[in-house]
Design a protein around this ligand. Structure first.
Ligand code: SIN
Length: 341
């Protein structure tokens, strides 16, 4: 691990925070400062990211590490496993009090939820990101990073699961979603709202996440992931994608259904046939807010489906990957996982 803390920060006994960098726009570089859309993500190293944040030394002793340098649209299951392993190893050390992960915004919500269920520590674990590259006028990365380190160094973040610090707000990994393509205020927790805020060195929580996570979740990232794909229901959708994936040996589907998770009749039939062949089928909604009720308008039990509750299709896929990897094969065990986590 590279150490970038100053000896004065160490001497003052400040919390020891590991910053694990993975790339993203926060580490993006453009040809000129006015360019906030045409840039390359994940090219600036962690030492340079930290150097752009004044005052870090007064908050924490920083231990910096470059885990990856990617545009998060290219996040892979293998890198998830590497990252989860690294976070677990770092947090298990007596020399580290919390972790900050810098990440691209595009798949941040998926990685955050994966870590929420696979990190086995109560120590603070915070993800942050940026909508503007590091080279931009009014880049948002440095303040987001400062706030993330402030949160990771705070006692109040202990035992709260994996959190996202973005634009002064603190979000629960389970709830947070990217809701804008370019706006600096790009993350919200739809329906439920943020857990609190971090601003000018002050951390304030208004509520806690109720569902079990981290040390209370029985999941772990694995080297042998099942294959789980997302299919969407829309006007005129065909059965072709489902049939091709079943023929290719897919282990599970998440359906981004219309409205309250309803599915076009033809697609529903092909998914019911897949479920009858042992493929897991989880019904979620493409709407972006609200929940999908088990046996609501759809006859989940008759069709062999599981319902995702309030998880988005992308997060439902994360949970289905983890539940299948943990050996939850029958419908009841899977529904129990969705009702619990
Ligand atoms: C990425 O997700 O790596 C690129 C986009 C971003 O971070 O905003």
């Amino acid at each position: 691990m590279n150490t970038s803390t100053s000896s004065s920060a160490a001497a003052r006994g400040l919390p020891r925070i590991a910053v694990l960098a993975t790339g993203g726009t926060i580490a993006g570089s453009a040809a000129d400062a006015a360019n906030t859309a045409g840039y390359q993500a994940g090219v600036i190293g962690v030492a340079q990211l930290l150097a752009a944040v004044p005052g870090l030394d007064a908050i924490a002793q920083i231990h910096a590490e470059q885990v990856a340098s990617i545009d998060s649209k290219d996040m892979s299951l293998a890198l998830w496993t590497t990252l989860a392993q690294r976070v677990n190893d770092v947090l298990a050390s007596d020399e580290i009090d919390g972790v900050v992960i810098t990440h691209g915004t595009d798949t941040l919500e998926e990685t955050a939820y994966l870590l929420h269920l696979t990190v086995k520590s109560a120590k603070p674990c915070i993800l942050t990101a940026a909508m503007r590259p590091a080279t931009a006028l009014s880049a948002d990365g440095p303040l987001n990073l400062l706030n993330a380190v402030t949160l990771a160094a705070s006692e109040a973040a202990t035992g709260q699961g994996v959190l996202v610090a973005f634009n002064n707000r603190i979000h629960c990994a389970r709830d947070v979603a990217k809701i804008s393509t370019y706006a600096v205020d790009a993350f919200q927790s739809p329906e439920i709202g943020a857990l609190g805020w971090v601003q000018d060195g002050r951390v304030e929580f208004q509520r806690r996440a109720l569902r079990p996570h981290t040390v209370d979740a029985p999941f772990s990232a694995t080297a042998q992931w099942p294959q789980v794909e997302i299919v969407t229901s829309y006007a005129g959708v065909s059965r072709a994608a489902v049939e091709a994936l079943v023929a290719a040996g897919v282990d599970g589907f998440v359906v981004a259904g219309t409205g309250n998770g309803s599915i076009h009749a033809g697609l529903q039939q092909s998914l019911a046939e897949a479920a009858a062949r042992g493929v897991a089928v989880v019904r979620a909604s493409r709407v972006g807010s609200g929940h999908v009720m088990h046996n609501g308008a759809a006859k989940d039990d008759a069709l062999g489906f599981v319902s995702a509750g309030s998880l988005s299709p992308y997060k439902a896929r994360v949970l289905l990957l983890l539940a299948l990897a943990a050996g939850a094969v029958d419908k009841e065990a899977l529904q129990n996982a969705f009702d619990t986590y």
